[in-house]
Design a protein around this ligand. Structure first.
Ligand SMILES: [Zn+2]
Length: 299
């Protein structure tokens, strides 16, 4: 394992050496729709704040412009925004050299999982391609956050490294997978139009300023032909944006469902969704391959 790690880091350093990275300022201003701008201080009101719950970002961890947001409220449609999908399912990326080797390995694990379980290909940036992901521990706003779909140019995926307060976004590869899935164009599972059949949203338990984080999509936005997925890596946890202990904001309606969301691995549904969105099922041979992978490897 140690050898693999050393080799991987050597490869990473080699890759980073081939081009000049853009300058990333300490403070960036990810676009936020006017409707969802909130006070930064609210983070301190939250019980057990989660690194995905960055105040002022759409649904806690998504950067989004007014244009997309206004469209999204009536349903973002890939036929209207085809440029949000990555061409040929190819996603160039750069991992910040600021990360410690072990942190780089965690991010690489997330990338390998997505490359293995889908026909999407994350490839090291060649220093020339215009659009690519810049995976960087942004100082402000810190936390785990991402744009939704391809934004254009050097596109930040912010993954806060572990520190004295906790593992933040890199305790395991799960949170990195979650943010990379946003960058691929996937929204939160509980914002599906049909979610009220499956979960109850406890509006009284949500910090008022964050109620809009629990909005749902309209029917026109149903690009997923798969069932509601309680196990999704894109599902909120029970206490996200809660006013306090013992006040869940979201609970399952189906008997027997114990868990809401997880940040460990792709669920079967996540895997199917991604492959479907990127046309991996169009070819019969690939369809068999990726369906089988999703069935066996998805949790
Ligand atoms: Zn998210």
């Amino acid at each position: 394992m140690r050898l693999v790690l050393v080799v991987l880091v050597a490869v990473l350093q080699e890759e980073n050496a081939r081009y000049i990275l853009p300058t990333v300022p300490d403070v960036v201003h990810p676009p936020v729709p006017d409707d969802v701008k909130v006070d930064d201080d609210l983070a301190y009101m939250m019980e057990d704040p989660d690194p995905e719950v960055t105040p002022g970002l759409f649904q806690g961890d998504m950067a989004m412009t007014n244009e997309i947001y206004n469209y999204w409220r009536v349903g973002i449609r890939w036929d209207v925004f085809p440029e949000k999908l990555w061409d040929n399912g190819t996603v160039p990326y750069v991992i910040s050299p600021i990360y410690e080797p072990a942190e780089q390995v965690t991010i690489m694990k997330a990338i390998h999982i997505l490359n293995f379980m889908t026909c999407i290909r994350f490839v090291p940036w060649d220093g020339r391609t215009k659009d690519y992901l810049l995976i960087w521990p942004i100082k402000y706003p810190k936390g785990c956050w991402s744009f939704v779909g391809r934004f254009g140019g050097a596109q930040i995926v912010s993954l806060q490294a572990p520190d004295s307060t906790g593992p933040n976004c890199l305790g395991t590869e799960g949170r990195a997978v979650h943010e990379l899935m946003h960058a691929l164009g996937i929204f939160h599972e509980q914002s599906r139009w049909d979610r009220d059949k499956f979960v109850k949203i406890h509006m009284d338990n949500i910090i008022p300023q964050f109620k809009s984080n629990f909005d749902k999509q309209s029917l026109e936005n149903t690009t997923y032909s798969f069932e509601y997925d309680y196990d999704s890596i894109m599902h909120y946890g029970k206490n996200f944006f809660s006013k306090g202990k013992g006040k869940p904001t979201i609970t399952p309606k189906m008997p027997g469902v114990k868990r809401l969301g997880q940040r460990k691995a792709l669920s079967k549904g996540d895997c199917l969704k991604l492959n479907d969105l990127y046309g991996c099922f169009d070819n019969p041979r690939l369809r068999r391959k990726y369906y089988t992978l999703c069935q066996f490897m998805g949790i």
